[in-house]
Design a protein around this ligand. Structure first.
Ligand code: UD1
Ligand code: MG
Length: 456
């Protein structure tokens, strides 16, 4: 049967102490709920239903345009009640998998295993063995090992509380039994809530087979209720990413000190020093080396390039054998061709820099098209903004710009031009000539340093 996935995300998450709905708090650069949605999509289900309640407008807004079906649960009367709200939207006969917006690390492999082991059962529960089972629903099994009920902590006897095998909350329900079982849930329990877990009891009463699949990695089932748990989950996420990279052959100087908030693709023999953050989609080619404390976002860096420490790169395309940093700021729209060198305290934006060109120190290069083999002297500023509009600067091949120069856009520095140090260039320059704009140096012979006036 086709699969419908229901993601429960209606709770407020009071312990987050926040006005934002819990499931849209960020985990590794995206809303917690997005992780669960992405995992769900990877299973290629027939439909994904998200149950929203507290802050539902915020959740819908953050998660829009993703072909999700939102169902409103205005009052949170329990997990069973939440699933009951979905019955009208559920495609009839579909099998159902219930996931949680605040259990974001559940893996595709674990879910596939749960679905596989569900075959032949009306229900399959994902169970686990927590270090401390307090607060969780416990799995009650018969002598033959089959599951007969889940009892919530608040309803459990002291003997039942001793059971360690706990309910993760995640479960599979076979389509043909679903409507009847879900419809039969009542709220006569300690919390007067509609417990989703009661489907187990109902199924057993009808003589249906109920199974539980034990999840080997309890960390995947960690729920987020407060900022501390969110940080723990983020730390776990970091470890998973780091292990994946190392298995692909990436050298991480310290796997505990890397953050991947998005997707990082790597070639062979890539090395990443400590405290680097990768956001969005980042691609690193073969033998790329990233120095310590770099933040790189939505960028492709081709092979044999070197990013030196404390560098920030955002939405850039970097060629081969490029060297950037330390302390460089590469802003959106920067394209560096092969062999480019960007040195310390250089800022670039909307700039294409041709092969072999060098901007080695203390410069601003914005709205610029630079040819190849150009040398930009220290402290060169492209004055691209007149206070209202931005203008283009063109620097052709083989240009040499002396230190401390301002190029006032729009301006073209023609091929092979040399600009004398300390110039303010406002007009286009001719090819292969020296241009400079500098007042003559004078010496005032009788000038004296001012002296401090005495107060009295
Ligand atoms: C639930 C399970 C328990 C399990 C535990 C695992 C039930 C009755 N109990 O308990 O067996 O061990 O999870 O963490 O299911 N939610 C809604 N609408 C509601 C109520 C809850 O969307 O009306 C969502 C919450 O936002 C949360 C999730 O469902 O994401 C679980 O709800 P919660 O109240 O935390 O259930 P527990 O009491 O922890
Ligand atoms: Mg809970």
């Amino acid at each position: 049967m086709p699969l419908s996935i229901i993601i429960l995300a209606a709770g407020q998450g009071k312990r987050m102490q926040s006005n934002r709905a819990k499931v849209i708090h960020q985990l590794a650069g995206m809303p917690m709920l997005q992780h669960v949605v992405d995992t769900s999509k990877a299973l290629d289900p027939d439909q994904i239903i998200v149950v929203v309640g507290y802050g539902s407008d915020q959740v819908r807004e953050v998660m829009e345009d993703q072909e999700l079906c939102f169902v409103e649960q205005s009052e949170q009367k329990g997990t069973g009640h939440a699933v009951q709200q979905c019955l009208a939207e559920l495609h009839e006969g579909n099998d159902v998998l219930v996931l949680y917006g605040d259990v974001p690390l559940i893996s595709i492999a674990t879910i596939r295993n749960l679905l596989e082991e569900a075959k032949g059962s009306a229900l399959n529960i994902l169970s686990f063995l927590p270090e401390n089972a307090q607060g969780y629903g416990r799995i009650l099994r018969q002598d033959d090992g089959s599951v007969c009920a889940i009892v919530e902590e608040k309803d459990a006897t002291s003997a039942e509380k001793k059971i360690r095998e706990s309910n993760s909350g995640i479960l599979f329900i076979e389509g043909s039994e679903l409507t009847r079982l879900i419809g039969g849930i009542e709220n006569n329990n300690a919390q007067t809530e509609y417990y989703l877990t009661d489907v187990v009891k109902l199924a057993v009463q009808e003589g249906l087979k109920v199974s539980a699949t034990l999840c080997a990695d309890a960390a995947e089932l960690s729920g987020v209720n407060n900022q501390q748990q969110l940080a723990d989950v983020e730390s776990r996420y970091r470890q998973i990413q780091a292990s994946r990279l190392m298995m692909q052959g990436v050298k991480l100087y310290d796997p505990m000190r890397i953050d991947i908030r998005g997707e990082l693709q790597t070639g062979s023999d890539v090395e990443i020093d400590v405290n680097c953050v990768f956001e969005g989609t980042v691609t690193l080619g073969d033998r790329v080396h990233i120095g310590a404390n770099c933040v790189i976002r939505d960028t492709a860096i081709d092979s044999d390039s070197l990013v030196l420490p404390m560098t920030s790169i955002d939405q850039a395309i970097i060629g081969r054998q490029v060297s950037i940093g330390p302390f460089a700021r590469i802003r959106p729209g920067t394209e560096c061709a092969d062999g480019v060198k960007i040195g310390n305290f250089v800022e670039t934006k909307k700039a294409s820099i041709g092969a072999g060109s060098k901007v080695s120190h203390l410069s601003y290069i914005g709205d610029t098209q630079m040819g190849s083999e150009v040398n930009i002297g220290a402290g060169t500023i492209i004055c691209n903004y007149d206070g209202v509009n931005k203008h283009q600067t063109i620097i052709e091949n083989g240009v040499f710009i002396g230190s401390g120069t301002q190029l006032v856009a729009p301006v073209t520095i023609a091929e092979g031009s040399t600009i004398g140090a300390g110039s303010t260039i406002t007009r286009d320059t001719p090819e292969h000539k020296l241009s400079l704009s500098r007042s003559k140096q004078v010496t005032i012979n009788d000038w004296k340093r001012p002296v401090r006036k005495s107060r009295d």
